[in-house]
Design a protein around this ligand. Structure first.
Ligand code: CIR
Length: 260
């Protein structure tokens, strides 16, 4: 069974990191209810949820995606670009250690999992305010021998590469072209976000469906017109912390569990 690692919302979430948004109060009860709805959706799509306990001193701990990159063969423990987030990886490391061989990004590299977009055997890595060129080199050294190619993509105007591009069907990317250059993704089928919904490029693909924020109905129409099955979730409180749907889980595919 596919496993989704999630993590409870921190009571300190109102002190989260913010880069592109102004701070607005987050209603923690509402955020928890939305997060539970997100987990229900993942369960309905066949995931076993393994929820880690919240850390009261780690405001952004719900955004587990940034703590690791889970490949078929190995899990890469990230080194988040925001110093306030570095301690998040300990619990993630413990959870993933049971499921994959672990390797670690080391200083001076910084890398947020939200900057790594896997499409087939290519790992696109956003060069962002969180992820640096050292991380790309280290990832290439780790993943190259496993037959992944690692391609750096300059990200501008958004937090992570996966704010600007995610895969919604095999070889089809949902993109906001304002935030990434055309070249690296040019060979794929592209679906553009509706220009009135710049934050709409983040979708979590699970098999034939995507989990998708209900805040983007116009882009949702574009997805459905292209045959993508959309499971909408309300994540408006998490969005106030610059979180989106991919960031709230680490998906561990089942096939290689025995080969750990
Ligand atoms: C941060 O700025 O690090 C958090 N407030 C939001 C992280 C969202 N993560 C993601 O998109 N992968």
């Amino acid at each position: 069974m596919r496993i989704a690692i999630t993590r409870d919302i921190s009571p300190a979430m109102n002190h989260c990191e913010l880069t592109h948004l102004a701070r607005q109060p987050i209603d923690l009860d509402r955020a928890r209810a939305q997060h539970a709805g997100y987990e229900r959706c993942l369960r309905a799509l066949g995931c076993e949820i393994r929820r880690l306990a919240a850390a009261p001193d780690l405001p952004d701990c719900v955004f587990v995606e940034d703590g690791a990159i889970v490949l078929d063969e190995v899990a890469v423990i990230a080194r988040p670009g925001a110093a306030s987030r570095r301690a998040e990886t300990a619990a993630i490391e413990e959870a993933l250690g049971a499921l994959r061989r672990l390797v670690r990004i080391r200083p001076p590299a910084t890398l947020d999992g939200g900057d790594v977009l896997r499409v087939g055997r290519t790992l696109f890595v956003g060069l962002s305010s969180r992820t640096n060129a050292d991380a790309i080199e280290q990832l290439r050294a780790m993943a190259g021998p496993l037959a992944y190619s690692v391609v750096g993509v300059q990200v501008r105007g958004c937090l992570h590469l996966k704010s600007a591009a995610t895969e919604v069907a095999p070889g089809t990317l949902l993109v906001n072209r304002e935030w990434i250059p055309a070249d690296p993704v040019g060979t794929f089928d592209l679906i553009d976000v509706d220009p009135r919904e710049p934050f709409a490029a983040n979708a979590l693909r699970l098999g034939d469906a995507v989990v998708y924020s209900s805040a983007f109905p116009r882009t949702r129409e574009r997805l459905e017109a292209r045959g993508v099955i959309v499971y909408p979730v309300d994540v408006s409180e998490l969005a106030k912390a610059e979180g989106a749907v991919t960031c709230c889980s680490l998906i561990v595919e089942p096939q290689l569990r025995a080969g750990k």
